[in-house]
Design a protein around this ligand. Sequence first.
Ligand SMILES: [Zn+2]
Length: 387
Amino acid sequence: MAELAKLGWYRESRLSSLSGDGRLFLWYQSASISFGWVPMDYERVVYLKSEIQRIGEETLRELKELDRQDALQELKVKVLGKKGSLTALLRQMGGLSPEERPMMGQVVNDMRSCLEKAWEERGVELDILALQKRLTTERIDITLPGTCVSRGHHHPLTQVIEEIEDIFLGMGFQIAEGPEIETDYYNFEALNLPKEHPAREMQDSFYITEEILLRTQTSPVQIRTMERLYPALPVKIIAPGKVYRNDDDATHSPMFHQVEGLVVDRGIRMSDLKGILLNFSRQMFGESREIRLRPSFFPFTEPSAEVDVSCMLCGGAGCRLCKGSGWIEILGSGMVHPRVLEMGGYNPQDVTGFAFGMGVERIAMLKFGIEDMRLLFDNDLRFLQQF
Ligand SMILES: [Zn+2]
């Protein structure tokens, strides 16, 4: 009785009823709601019921005031969690009789599902509120000028390498690659440049050990490719890539690019070499170009020839670019030395071949009219954007 009074419940003493089995029922009500007939020994039940109702109403009120999803979760823990207020009330049901327990269970479950529904609804409401808030605070002003991201393009050297590759792919060549850190054997020995050969002087390199160095030329790829393909014919490759030499001035860089070509088959002649290089020069520098071969020396070719192309600026009349000669040297070439064919596994009695090699920087400088090679490596956008 005392517990009910604490909650503001009072008994309407005029209303009472006696049940068939002789139990006295009393009518309880609070200021706002009627509660119903309560058997005199159910006071405990009435107390628990009203507590449940109180907790429920309080929770619903708090829910309405919440404005954040995380606060919603906090409140849920506070009420329905292991140490929540509604859960604590459930523990008190231990003191009830077996008939009373299911009745109370029903009340608690009803309240529980009522609250869970309210939580869900409030959650949806908060989502909508949060979205509306974001829409107003994060509005995008589409009249503002955009941030301009300038579009880049390939480096002139990359452009030239790709153009060279395209031209040779069009003539049935394949592209081969090899390591930039190379052994002395592949870089020199197998290319007919034994130790103490004077031509090694021109290719001072960066040595890692006595036997391992940064390759000074793409030629080792020729040997590696022949070894890989033997005994297949024809061998018809170009090998573009970086090479390294201990040089640094206006026309030399410690790292530069070469493209080397190799063709090995039965009956390959010097005229095949000339035809391929003429075709390349015209595609690269213009349809009206001519080429000429001048005798030269390379350890890995015999005979060897420097190849000149008719000046792309004056057409052969003589100018500053061609130093008045009308011709510009673009690459070195020759028939593959029989010893190099042997090193690659092929029989020089059976097959012949030609090889050529060009510096990509030189081709790019001629094509674009660049006078200082170092400009290509300075990464100055004012320069690079011109190509
Ligand atoms: Zn000229």
